[in-house]
Ligand binder design. Sequence first.
Ligand SMILES: [Zn+2]
Ligand SMILES: [Zn+2]
Length: 94
Amino acid sequence: MSTPAIVEINDAQFCQAHMKEVCDACPIDLREENDSFFGFDFIDREGIEPPTSTTNKDGVWQCKKHGSAECNQCYGWKKQITRLRAAAKKAGKK
Ligand SMILES: [Zn+2]
Ligand SMILES: [Zn+2]
C-alpha cells in the first residue's frame, strides 16, 4: 500500500484527497503530527478540517473565503486544536 498524499496548510497536515486530518478513506491520521508540531501532547480528539481552499500560482494553499495562506480565521489550527482538546477532555470525564 502506498502512503496517502499529504498537503500542508499553514503548517498543519491533511490528506490531499479529502482534506482531512483524520481520514478513514485514505486511511490516515495526522493528529499526532499536528499536535506535536503545535506543541501539544497527543490525545484522542476530533480531527480538524480546513475550509474550502485553493492553491495559488505558487502551489501554496489558501482559504477561498479570504485568499490568505495564513488566515487566522480559517487556518487558526492552534486555537481549533486547543478547543477540540478541551472538548475531548471534558467528554472523557463523563
Ligand atoms: Zn483522505
Ligand atoms: Zn480565511
